[in-house]
Design a protein around this ligand. Structure first.
Ligand SMILES: [Zn+2]
Length: 300
């Protein structure tokens, strides 16, 4: 791998970052459950932000509707969702436009259960807002490869939005060199975040090391294999949308924090995020995306 790294810490519009997270986790969005009114509000919001950042759509709109059925399980009947939707935009590469990186974050969450709103601030308004910051960065610093920005629906319960994207992609999936996925990136008591996926693609270790060198956040590798004696849920390979890329043999780099006390609880609210940590992580994610873009050829 070359050491072509743009120097310095990337500039970040932290006010926009916090505003995006706050809006997506606000009461009006009611936890953004797939198929709900709050989920549709999130679609509208992300659509508007993609337009403000000036991402290019594939076709007429960022909005890519799809329907899917969740099979029956745990005593619950099968359920069909007729109006789910991903939001997809891109910035065309200036050097290798036919080679792609997909930067993804799911925008759906658990909605309202037993009368309680699950705002999903960390999971995963944080990842969506960070993805928007990465998009804004690349708009100012054009990428070498084409970068696709994907806000996936219906991650909670089975990554159906990512599945739909992979199976009906607007680009040749074989030309996707890597998936960079963000899911839960805004709070951690130990100032640390995990980067998973390097055990499958060792060349990514250097990307992570180079990005980590620019950051005050501790970046740890792991959660992408099953060491002897590890807890059954230690391996995060199947725990978010990157699994759908992994199943197609596409390298992934997933950034996320360890589960916290408010994971999948009504307490996963805006007030609990750590704005200093979150901004620093987002700078790290921008660096990682930029280093990946400059070194994408070495993953092939
Ligand atoms: Zn999530």
């Amino acid at each position: 791998m070359s050491s072509a790294v743009p120097a310095g810490t990337p500039a970040l519009d932290s006010a926009a970052l916090i505003s995006d997270l706050r809006t997506l986790s606000s009461p009006a969005f009611a936890g953004r459950d797939v198929g709900s009114d709050g989920n549709r509000l999130a679609q509208e919001y992300i659509k508007r932000r993609f337009a403000e950042i000036d991402l290019a759509p594939f076709g007429a709109s960022y909005l890519t509707p799809f329907a899917f059925t969740r099979p029956a399980r745990n005593g619950e009947a099968a359920k069909t969702y007729p109006s789910a939707a991903n939001l997809i935009g891109h910035i065309r590469g200036s050097v290798n436009p036919e080679r792609y990186m997909v930067v993804s974050a799911h925008y759906d969450h658990l909605g309202v259960r037993d009368g309680k709103v699950y705002p999903g601030a960390d999971d995963n308004a944080s990842g969506v807002a960070a993805m928007l910051a990465v998009a804004a960065h690349f708009k100012k610093h054009p990428p070498h490869n084409t970068i696709v920005f994907a806000a996936f629906d219906a991650e909670e319960g089975g990554s159906d939005g990512a599945s739909y994207f992979i199976n009906s992609a607007p680009i040749p999936i074989k030309q996707v060199a890597v998936n960079l996925n963000f899911d839960m990136v805004s709070r951690n008591d130990n100032n640390e975040i995990f980067a998973a996926g390097t055990s499958y693609t060792p060349a990514l270790k250097q990307v992570v090391a180079m990005a980590a060198a620019t950051s005050s956040v501790k970046v740890r590798l792991g959660h992408d294999s099953k060491p002897a004696g590890a807890a059954p849920d230690y391996d995060w390979t199947t725990q978010s949308d990157h699994v759908k890329f992994h199943e197609r043999g596409i390298p992934f780099l997933y950034f996320g924090v360890e589960d916290h006390a408010d994971y999948h609880k009504p307490g996963d609210s805006f007030e609990k995020i750590n704005p200093v940590f979150y901004a620093e992580v987002t700078r790290l994610l921008i660096s990682a995306a930029e280093i990946l873009d400059r070194n994408l050829g070495t993953l092939e």
